[in-house]
Design a protein around this ligand. Structure first.
Ligand code: GLU
Length: 494
């Protein structure tokens, strides 16, 4: 393959959407796979809707995801003169013309076509103006747009082989003489995008199917500007379970990359999930390291059918697509602990739970505790919410844990402080010794060990479930364990 040059050209009119992030990811994977270049181009020509906040959000979102680019960010507004020059050139070469039809005239024609049950297309009236007529209208100061002249003498239409969809064709009859420059002199997106892709020497345009309708017209522009036409690959759209496009308006924050950052996702886990939202390997592999994904990725395995973002609003169990969560859990539980430590440390700092000792005298304890508790966690945030009891005495009690594992057994009020006394006098506070004590004591009380174990868990961590209680007790340490069993139990019965 000749040099691969791809681009991610977001319009900075909002947050970085997960659909946009997926487009960036696919382009990034393709560039990395073929040792190509990824160009970041901010398409900011819509001055009314583009914002600096959105530009910052897009850039920081890409950085967080680890999707690095090789050139840019370029800004489309830097090249306005090139866009105008291209329109000028098309005019001079007779490939475009000035159109003086007014909005009202066009609207009347549209209505007439509608009434006659015909598709409306611009009838090319101004295409037939002579040079003198055009000059006369211009001299009068009449406003005009510039339209591209679709060559209707050619038989057939525009065909291209889309890398995802196969051959896509449009007949010339379906393509009207489209506007490339507005009456205020501003070139339209369709033209700017092509001019920029030509300048950036883009070899592959990998974008969403929502742009498929532009492609035939854009190919005509490439040809008219005597530039090589890039390969196109149109990715499926991402829909919700009701088959509606996912959007912030209907789905809220969960469609924004930033949400996942705040929710404690691992950036690569999100990339891995997004990769599968519209692409798969023949054996449906789900977990990919960066290198594996780069090696496995190919345009011809992008799905033709729209992909489904499996999000059930209000589902208490899953705050986003369960697959995204399960992929995040996988990485959280299996990643090298040394990589996890700084991420958790940051979250603890943010929550005011960090102690410098965790990086000094208690470093070993800190690492082994993270390793223990991560087996049940879904996100990095869980270390400061569900894991709070490991870092602070001020933690909350899950209502279900208190009801089911404390209040149900009135006698735990005595049993747990008794357990505290026994643990206090243990020579070595190891999980084996703790187990022996707890099982022995349960036998003495004539109860199932589970009652004592679950009660101890509820009191010492506030939670209904967690890793093995003997390991948990060892991780919490003698002093905290004894203190909590002794002093926190009674309070739960009030
Ligand atoms: N600026 C366009 C968008 O954000 C990108 C179009 C393209 O990829 O060609 O949808």
């Amino acid at each position: 393959m000749s040099e691969v040059r791809v681009r991610f050209p977001p319009s900075p009119t909002g947050y970085l959407h997960i659909g946009g992030a997926r487009t960036a990811l696919y382009n990034w994977l393709f560039a990395r796979k073929y040792n190509g270049k990824l160009i970041l181009r901010i398409e900011d020509t819509d001055a009314d809707r583009s914002t600096q906040e959105s530009i910052d959000g897009i850039i920081s979102g890409l950085q967080w995801l680890g999707l690095d680019w090789d050139e840019g960010p370029y800004f489309q507004t830097q090249f306005t003169h090139e866009h105008s020059a291209a329109a000028e050139r098309l005019l001079n070469e007779g490939k475009a013309y000035k159109c003086f039809c007014t909005r009202e005239e066009l609207e009347d024609k549209r209505k007439a076509a509608l009434a006659a049950k015909q598709d409306y297309k611009y009838d090319g009236l101004c295409r037939r103006l002579t040079a003198a007529e055009t000059a006369e209208k211009e001299a009068k100061g009449l406003p005009f747009v510039i339209r591209f002249k679709v060559d209707r003498h050619e038989i057939g239409g525009v065909s291209f082989k889309d890398q995802v969809l196969g051959v896509v064709s449009r007949t010339y009859n379906d393509i009207e003489d489209f506007v490339i420059v507005r009456s205020n002199g501003k070139p339209l997106y369709l033209l700017c995008n092509v001019v920029d892709d030509i300048r950036d020497r883009i070899s592959h345009v990998i974008r969403g199917q929502d742009h498929l309708g532009n492609t035939a017209r854009q190919i005509l522009l490439y040809r008219a500007l005597a530039a090589p036409v890039p390969e196109f690959a149109h990715m499926p759209l991402t829909l919700d379970l009701q088959k509606a496009k996912i959007s912030k308006r209907s789905h809220g924050e969960i469609v924004a990359v930033q949400f996942y950052q705040k929710a404690g996702f691992l950036p690569w886990a999100l990339c891995n999930f997004l990769a599968l939202l519209g692409w798969s390997t023949s054996d449906n592999q789900e977990i990919f390291s960066r290198q594996e994904l780069i090696a496995a990725f190919s345009l011809d395995r992008i799905n033709k059918a729209n992909s489904i973002f499996n999000y059930r609003k209000g589902d208490p169990k899953f705050f986003t697509d369960p697959k995204a969560i399960s992929i995040n859990e996988h990485y959280l539980r299996t990643m090298p602990i040394a990589e996890l430590v700084p991420l958790v440390a940051d979250k603890l700092r943010e929550a005011g739970l960090w102690q410098d000792e965790y990086a000094a005298g208690q470093k070993e304890w800190f690492i082994s505790t993270l390793d223990l508790i991560r087996s049940r966690f879904h996100t990095i945030n869980d270390f400061v919410t569900l894991g709070r009891a490991y870092f602070s005495d001020d933690y909350e009690f899950e209502e279900r844990a208190v009801k089911k594992n404390i209040l149900k057994h009135e006698k735990l009020r005595e049993w747990l402080p008794e357990l505290a006394d026994r643990l206090e006098s243990l020579p070595d506070f190891t999980h084996q010794n703790i187990e022996e004590i707890m099982r022995g004591l349960a036998a003495e009380f004539g109860i199932k060990p589970g009652i004592l174990i679950n009660g101890a868990r509820a009191v010492s961590t506030g939670l209904l479930a967690g890793p093995g209680m003997f390991e948990v007790a060892a991780a919490l340490g003698r002093e905290r364990m004894v203190g909590r069993l002794r002093h926190k139990t009674a309070g739960l019965y009030k």
